[in-house]
Design a protein around this ligand. Structure first.
Ligand code: SAM
Length: 301
């Protein structure tokens, strides 16, 4: 059976009385080269950072196991989390030859990642994440991995994921680019993303309407910024981009109703920024400085 052959995949799904489900963002890869390249990029980054010792990876949404096979051929252990229970018996069949895999039927967004890693890989193990992500929940999944990675005792070495091209461009943008936004500045707090390659729609079954891109995020070993209140930082970032066309002062003052425009303007100029600057010109470090000043002025959230 070839997991990248459309007729084989259709036969397999009908054998288990199932089919592709739009609601779960199921677009299965049907060009073997793509999962091969994703797994290879993931593993190379993992070993570069982990060095010697056992290697482990968590896959989100294995589908019928196309990428999972390639991960099993590289990593010592693969834990794959699939929400669709009808795919579990399919995966038992397609991955039968690999004894280094474990399939979990769960919603990834509901998992406690520290618990998952310590139960499946051992306390404090450093693992990677690799996935062809379901597009309807790309951002919540990426932010969950990064937030839990720093809030809890779990360390992710690399996150290699396929997302929509447009999302990839936002995640990998630099301050000043038109694609740069709240999600970029928030992601940069935890790590750095870079685009690896694009994947066109005909490489999937069914084909999505848009082009996809594989990106790789390397979480910082330690957060390189100092900020008194992280929650305030993310509010400042959200406020700065809430009204993109406005200046930072106008956007922040409409967002934070309890602080006057004058006070915000004072903070921005006292930190040395132009009064007319827009949020898209500022990096994560700048937002940390602004968040700290707002906190000093007694503002709380
Ligand atoms: N990895 C396979 C491939 O590349 O062919 C399938 C990728 S498909 C784009 C996304 C997969 O994520 C589907 O198998 C879907 O059922 C699964 N999925 C969707 N939401 C999920 C969630 N919240 N937790 C875990 N898996 C999920």
């Amino acid at each position: 059976m070839n997991l990248c052959n459309i007729s084989d995949v259709k036969r397999l799904l009908s054998e288990f009385n199932t089919g592709t489900k739009k609601g779960f963002g199921q677009n299965f890869l049907i060009n073997e080269e793509i999962p091969y390249k994703i797994a290879e990029e993931s593993y190379l980054c993992h070993i570069k950072k982990a060095g010697e010792g056992k290697s482990g990876v968590i896959e989100i949404g294995p589908g019928i196991g196309t990428l999972t096979c390639k991960l099993c051929e590289r990593y010592d252990k693969v834990v794959a989390v699939e929400i669709d229970k009808t795919l579990i018996p399919v995966l038992d069949k397609t991955l039968a030859e690999y004894d280094n895999k474990e399939i979990i039927n769960e919603d990834f967004l509901k998992l406690d990642l520290e618990k998952l890693v310590s139960e499946k890989f051992g306390d404090g193990a450093a693992v990677s994440v690799c996935a062809n992500l379901p597009y309807y929940i790309t951002t919540p999944i990426i932010m969950k991995i990064l937030e839990e990675s720093f809030a809890k005792k779990v360390r992710f070495l690399s996150v290699t994921v396929m997302v929509q091209k447009e999302v990839a461009e936002r995640l990998c943008a630099s301050a000043g680019d038109s694609e740069y936004g709240a999600i970029t500045a928030s992601l940069n707090y935890y790590g750095k993303a870079r685009k690896l390659f694009d994947v066109s729609p005909e490489n999937f079954m069914p084909s999505p309407k848009v082009t996809s891109s594989v990106i790789q995020i390397e979480p910082h070993e330690q957060i390189p910024y100092k900020v008194a209140n992280e929650k305030m930082l993310f509010e400042v970032i959200a406020g700065a981009f809430a009204q993109r066309r406005k200046t930072l002062v106008n956007s922040l003052s409409s967002y934070f109703k309890t602080v006057s425009k004058e006070e915000i303007a004072n903070i921005i100029t006292s930190l040395g920024y132009d009064i007319n600057i827009r949020g898209e010109k500022l990096g994560t470090e700048d937002f940390c400085r602004i968040a700290d000043e707002l906190a000093k002025k007694g503002m709380n959230i």
